[in-house]
Write a protein that binds this ligand. Sequence first.
Ligand code: KG4
Ligand code: ZN
Length: 337
Amino acid sequence: MSKDVYILGIESSCDETAAAVVKNGREVLSNIISSQIVIHRKFGGVVPEIASRKHIENVMPVIDAALQEAKVGLEDIDAVAVTYGPGLVGALLVGLSAAKSLAWASNKPLIGVNHLEGHVFANFLADPELEPPFMALVVSGGHTALLKVTGYNSFELLGQTRDDAAGEAFDKIARIMGLPYPGGPEIEKLALDGNPLAINFPVAKLDAPYEFSFSGVKSAVINYVHNQQQAKREINRADVAASFQHAVVDALVQKAVHALQETGLKKIVLAGGVSANKTLQNTLAEAVEKVGAQLVHPTPILCTDNAVMVACRGYFMYQAGMRSPLDLNAVPSLKLG
Ligand code: KG4
Ligand code: ZN
């Protein structure tokens, strides 16, 4: 039997400072997340300078807690995996500096992880039988993309959004409706009492089969709300939330199903914060089943930012012999695929 592999994962790309220990890529020994959401909520979104400062305060205690909960020491760790992009540069640098210092001091390999690939790999913890090739629908605060995962370390980007990311659209609509940051979960909650077919918010139809555009639907909602306000007509907020969510989910599902049909792939995974959305999970699961495919999505805690996904992605890179130099820099606009 081969030796067990323990990876320490570190994540600090946005407003969560997180560390985790994962055994053999599939077994979570610890998952520590220190969220700054309450702090940034006062400002209606993430304030980069505050995020960096909070990461500095939290990063070492969070790493210590992850090792302690996993009942391992640095000497038991096989490699340190860390998000090096995409994300806020000042935020990324904190986790990256901590990871580099630990790797250097303990003489363990450093593995730089693409945050978005991390989100995709959170699905390996949800489905023990998951293996490439499969399709991934990446829906985070900064990205919306269809990605073909052709191997554990090979990806093919089929298409992405031309403007807003799905999560960004949720956050912006929430903001104009006076809901707190982050907007996605708030819209989802409000939509529970609304009629998704009450208002028709059209999503742009693009010729490119795998590309998305959400700026049109966002403007349609903003215009609707303003027009109603100017006409002094009451707004049914739950209907607005439900109809907006319906429009976004519908566009995502249509493109994802098309991608499965074109590629013949039988599994699709959801990745990124918006994958926590139950309407998206349920609608997509039903739609892909009709074309003979199966949906996998992470457990709620692994949908949004965490370090388990970073450790999991790091494990597969470690097994493939991939290592990063100790002068690895943060890449704020690191690409997918
Ligand atoms: O992946 P993530 O935690 O951070 C990034 O890498 O961007 O994604 C955050 C995004 C935010 O835009 C947030 O509003 C959205 O995910 N989100 C949701 C839900 N939970 C988080 N959007 C819709 N429904 C949700 N339940
Ligand atoms: Zn993320």
